[in-house]
Design a protein around this ligand. Sequence first.
Ligand code: 5GP
Length: 182
Amino acid sequence: MNAKLLVISGSSGVGKGTVIKSLLERCPDLNLSISCTTRQPRPGEKDGVNYFFVTREDFNKSINNDEFVEWAEFSGNLYGTKKSYIEKCIANNKNVLLEIETQGALQVKEKMPNAVLIFIAPPSLEELEARLRGRHTETEEAIQKRLEFVKLEIENSKQYDYVVINDTVDNAVNQILKIIGV
Ligand code: 5GP
């Protein structure tokens, strides 16, 4: 059996992190690729665990050396997936999971048509708006900006192989397991 390259995207507030955590617990032979980013670590995040935190200068060097399979700018920071890890997994017949936003996912699909793209969508935009407001952490302007971005991501998701509605985490994970044949 060939190694699978699974790409999961989903807008913020959609509960993507929880779905991926549960997916990795239930599917231990999925290897999560650790991305490079120029954003600052959040409290509790560790270099080499959550991300490889790099400077913009180093990131640009990696772009020039053609080290990324994909990269994109998101919210003022650069994010990218190194080719080396993915190639190593595939060569060793190991399944790889990328958790990236939609612009990068579409680059992966173009270069590696066998990649399976899954978009995790909120049950509805209204529901997502309610979830974002429920956090009480952001200004109205920030919420509106996020919602605009969500619409763009939903537009990009039309080119994905599957859209999984995150009504409950269990349902979403079960659907993903079915898609990847586990
Ligand atoms: P955060 O800063 O909240 O960890 O991530 C912001 C966004 O960047 C999320 O949508 C996440 O999926 C995406 N992301 C994380 N790593 C990568 C990557 O390597 N490439 C791309 N294109 N997006 C990424």
